[in-house]
Design a protein around this ligand. Structure first.
Ligand code: GAL
Ligand code: ZN
Length: 663
């Protein structure tokens, strides 16, 4: 791992000067300096300009851009420029174009039109990486390398013949012989037995449900293929350059197909892109979750927010703009949750192309705007927060998250389409957020010993080793809570027999004999006053204490919520989809039992998070409400530079960051 350097919080964004006449560049640098920008990502989509014809490189313009930035004191995160191949490559090699499951070819004209398994693409892209790295390895502006861009964003699943052959190779590695593959895929079913590797294909469009393990393995393979591009570029870069290497992940509940927990070791620092779901009035919860998850992927280390937006995006159905103050709240929430840099897409709003309606640091209307004023304010804020760099975030709660469990639970032909992976994750996370409690979102194989409470939403697919680790955590005194449709299958998507929730049956002290999913819109009531929907199950307490049972619905009198004492701790089971108030009550009980408290006693709607570095602590307070709030704290408020003696007032919509007095 190469350390990332620098002594403050990074601030800036994607800079695409090639979209503008050269005369605007000096003004760009001047405005960057005014805003306090100190890092820009350059060259991400520049392949067609850097290599206008096969093997002919034109670096003059990029030389001038990098020199200009360096003279202005702006550092550069330099792209390998492989994100989107130039039109000439597809013309010379149409076999690199990706195909959908039904055979449709995805043509150039957008971006990322390449098959991730294409050896031609790999070879040509690495030639470009070599050329760029050779030229700029020693350029004084370059402090970081940016591999490709959002690998897998549009082309993660390709079903072409080249991919089919690569998939067979991946399967041979995994299974060694066909017999093991036939067992793992359960091919005794529906006459699917394979007698030759050549008979195996990606799960292309079929008359009905494709084999679930074939689908699952294809998802694993596809994530690995994208990671292989990252690995290949990074391996080459490390022979040519000395700066740290990263790429921008897309950790959030909208992007499903890259298993970033398995990618984390392939970057020197974890970087993420995050965009709000504009339709969601509580979108700041999704932001917080993504940030906590990014920190989890980074193993708790500081990370870099590579992209977010100053205001609206262009790719949602209705692109809601950010209200005054929202940019600051959003950006500083990422910092609160461990980001040591906040960058945006993009520096200057484009005047042409598919993203011309996407916001930027410099809008179409120019610098005399709300957006640019807020950008300058943020630059000043981040300067004032320089001292938090390198500190870590306090969290006593972990939520287990596994991309493979997500893939598994949302495969077709399951008991209910209403059981989705993000649903209970968002519900439990939301309850913690409202309680002012920070959680690390971590892989089930993570070390759990430092946590007091572990939440396990919908972990449909789980490995034996991870089940054992959770049991040890509980035995040692921890509190765990597991929601329905968890522990159902092993890593081959085979049912764990003997009653649900197979892997967790003993830990939970329950045994379910049959699922009773509910009809659309149907609700059930519990004898503790809660309501629930989507899911019920015929559950028997088998050692567990029953905390609540159904009073109506298909299973009156059957337990819905249980608690099982195991060793010095307890394991709770939630057998139905509790509504929000009931989830909040449940989480409050769990926090109480585990002895976990909020970072600060704040009213609902106020985000409180603590970062810590040895003896020093910083409390971030983000007031999402429409009213001024007051909190008991003492220390120095860094954004205003004022002392606060024992009570802090944070006006509606504002943010405060306090270096706390040591008590
Ligand atoms: C990201 C991408 C950027 C830009 C941005 C728009 O997915 O990395 O290049 O497209 O979204 O929101
Ligand atoms: Zn392909």
């Amino acid at each position: 791992m190469r350390r990332w350097q620098g002594d403050g919080i990074y601030f800036g964004g994607d800079y695409n000067p090639e979209q503008w006449p050269e005369q605007t560049w000096p003004e760009d640098v001047e405005l960057m300096r005014r805003a306090g920008v100190n890092l820009v990502s350059v060259g991400i989509f520049s392949w067609a300009l850097l290599e206008p014809a096969p093997g002919r490189f034109e670096f003059g313009w990029l030389d001038r851009v990098l020199d200009l930035l360096h003279d202005g004191g702006i550092q550069v995160d330099l792209a390998t420029a492989t994100a989107s191949p130039p039109p000439w490559l597809a013309r010379a090699h149409p076999e690199i174009l990706p195909r959908r499951a039904d055979g449709t070819i995805l043509w150039p004209g957008g971006r990322q039109a390449y098959c991730p398994s294409s050896p031609v693409f790999r070879e040509r892209s690495l030639e470009l990486v070599r050329a760029v790295a050779d030229r700029y390895a020693e350029h004084p502006a370059v402090v970081m390398w940016h591999v490709s861009n959002e690998l897998g964003c549009h082309n993660v699943h390709c079903y072409c013949d080249v991919t089919a052959e690569a998939f067979r190779g991946w399967l041979r590695e995994r299974y060694g012989d066909l017999g093991r593959l036939n067992d793992a895929w359960g091919t005794a079913f529906w006459s699917q037995r394979y007698g030759d590797w050549a008979e195996i294909n990606p799960p292309r469009t079929a008359p009905t449900f494709a084999n679930p393990t074939q689908q699952l393995d294809f998802l694993r393979f596809s994530s690995d293929e994208q990671r292989a591009q990252l690995r290949a570029e990074r391996a080459l870069l490390t022979t040519l350059v000395r700066q740290p290497v990263t790429t921008n992940f897309m950790i959030g509940t909208g992007i499903k197909h890259m298993d970033y927990h398995s990618w984390a070791d392939d970057v020197d620092l974890v970087a993420n892109d995050h965009y709000l779901t504009a339709a969601d009035r509580q979108a700041h919860l999704g932001l917080a979750l993504a940030a906590d998850h990014t920190r989890g992927v980074a193993g708790g280390d500081p990370w870099l927010l590579m992209e977010h937006s100053t205001s609206a995006v262009n790719w949602q159905p209705r692109n809601v703009a950010k209200l005054p103050g929202q940019l600051r709240r959003n950006s500083l929430a990422h910092v609160a949750r461990g980001a040591d840099g906040v960058l945006f897409f993009q520096w200057r709003a484009s005047r042409a192309g598919a993203e011309k309606f996407h916001s930027a640091l410099v809008p179409h209307a120019g610098p005399e705007t709300k957006v640019f004023r807020e950008v300058c304010q943020l630059g000043a804020d981040l300067k004032a927060l320089a001292e938090v760099r390198g500190s870590r975030v306090d969290a006593d709660v972990a939520i287990l998250f596994d991309w493979e469990a997500w893939w598994g639970v949302e495969l077709d032909s399951h008991p209910s389409v209403d059981v989705t992976y993000a649903d209970r994750l968002n519900a439990l996370y939301g309850a913690l957020w409202r309680a002012g409690v920070t959680a690390d979102i971590v892989h089930p194989s993570a070390d759990l010993s430092a946590y007091r409470l572990v939440l396990v939403p919908t972990l449909y697919l789980v490995r034996d080793a991870d089940t054992d680790a959770l049991r040890r955590f509980v035995e040692a005194g921890g509190t765990a809570a597991i929601t329905y449709f968890s522990g159902i299958v092993d890593e081959n998507d085979h049912i764990r027999l003997g009653g649900y929730p197979g892997a967790f049956r003993d830990l939970l002290g329950v045994r379910t004999e049959e699922f009773f999913p509910l009809r659309e819109g149907e609700q059930v009531r519990l004898d503790d006053g809660s309501t629930a929907d989507v899911w019920t199950e015929w559950l028997h307490a088998d050692g567990a204490e029953v905390l609540a049972s159904y009073t109506d619905g298909p299973l009156p009198g059957v337990p819905a919520l249980t608690r099982h004492r195991v060793g010095d701790g307890a394991a709770w089971y939630v057998g139905t989809r509790l509504d929000e108030p009931a989830t909040d009550r449940l989480v409050a009980r769990l926090l109480d039992e585990a002895g976990v408290r909020a970072a600060a006693p704040a009213p609902t709607g106020v985000e409180v998070v603590r970062r810590r570095d040895g003896e020093r602590t910083w409390l971030f307070v983000i007031n999402h409400t429409g009213a001024e709030i007051r909190l008991p704290v003492a220390g120095v408020e860094l954004l205003t530079g004022t002392r606060c003696a024992g009570e802090l007032a944070v006006p509606a919509g504002e943010v405060a960051v306090i270096r706390e007095d040591r008590s």
